[in-house]
Ligand binder design. Sequence first.
Ligand code: SF4
Length: 280
Amino acid sequence: MRVIRPFDPWKSKLCTCPEKYSFNPYTGCAHDCTYCYATYIPNFRHLREKKDLFRNLERDLKTLPPDSLISMSNSSDPYPPVERQREITRKCLSIMREYDVRLLVVTKSDIVVRDLDILSEMRCAVSITITGLDFLEPNAPPTEKRIDALRKVKDAGLPAILRFDPVIPEINENRLDIIDRSNPDHVVTSTLKLKPDSLARVSKILPGLNERYRERVGRYYYMKREDRYRIMKRIEEFCLDIGISCAFCREGFEFRAESCDGSHLVSTAQNNTLNKLKNF
Ligand code: SF4
């Protein structure tokens, strides 16, 4: 079975992502976010390692067109707590470095800082999700650690992307300090979108929230368009005022940044390091 697959944004007609591939070093996720959209995957909260992962990764890398962009990860987190000991994602990075792929790391964990030595030798950008919603993300590192991690990414000379996502009205919509303090190169933000199972879970913790979720877009419940627009535009304005590009994820609103996910920050110039694709 392929481990690198074309990115499928859950068939969302509002997705503005560039063409890219998706790679999940782990199956399932240990972070246990209440709002998680991926819990429809059977046994999702039980984190599993993939059989023959490294061999399958190399096999798939050999078939990718040059300069392919890989997003790691979209329906799991590449840095669950156990990664500190297991170093599975780290080993995957070592393999990907040899193929000179373009990589977008997407995580909620500060463990990514450990791998800046490898990432610094790759064409990549690091995106860290920071929401200020620690009470809804019980097993992910706390907000302050993530802010610190994003600053370290930038200090290491890598493009730093903040995912300020999800944004919930009256809960974290005013946490613009997260943007200011993490000082990223790019912000991608999005209002909370819920599937029926996550709507039920979140509503238990935030009673009354379901009153706002009346619009249906594909398989998701959305807040009213005017509410989403107000929240998104305020964040965009804040970012532009302090010189940071900003985009929205699956909102259906125009933005001025070159890409939504920050992939425009991942270099397209080939590395001079070993590139097995050329020789294959
Ligand atoms: S980190 Fe992402 S994939 Fe993991 S539980 Fe949270 S929302 Fe789901």
